[in-house]
Unconditional design. Structure first.
Length: 142
């Protein structure tokens, strides 16, 4: 039996976040990548993202998405794939620049983050992740 779970956390009062839609999308991504396990997703403010970016990448200011692969298997055989952190304000700005809605941008960032949890790395893989991401985006029309 396939085991997939997405835990999505967002404490931001605004804007309204379609949590169920995003969690369902993340589960679909996991399925299309044939990944089993649990993913944690945190939607946060620019200040929170800037702190993560400084601590884990040594870079100042917020970024759009960070992924923290894990891959640990628990005693019951469940696998924790890792965590994804997304800055909602950065996503909102990028959505506006791209001319689409916030939900679409959050899906793009989730897809990007999950690909990193799956082991893809656009900085070192010679375009493999970019091609995979583009193909999946085309399938969903985003």
């Amino acid at each position: 039996m396939t085991q997939r779970e997405v835990r999505l956390h967002c404490r931001l009062p605004k804007p309204a976040i379609p949590k169920e839609e995003l969690a369902a999308f993340a589960l679909d991504v996991l399925g299309r990548l044939n990944l089993e396990g649990e993913v944690g997703v945190k939607l946060c403010s620019d200040a929170t993202m800037a702190a993560y970016n400084r601590k884990f990448r040594g870079k100042m200011g917020p970024t759009d998405v960070l992924s923290f692969p894990d891959g640990v298997t628990d005693p019951e055989g469940g696998r924790y794939l890792g965590d994804i952190v997304i800055s909602v304000p950065v996503a909102a700005r990028q959505a506006k620049e791209a001319g689409h809605g916030l939900a679409a941008e959050l899906k793009l960032l989730l897809l990007h983050g999950i690909l990193h949890l799956a082991g893809y790395d656009h900085e070192t893989d010679g375009g493999t992740m970019r091609r995979k991401e583009r193909a999946l985006r085309k399938e969903w029309g985003i």
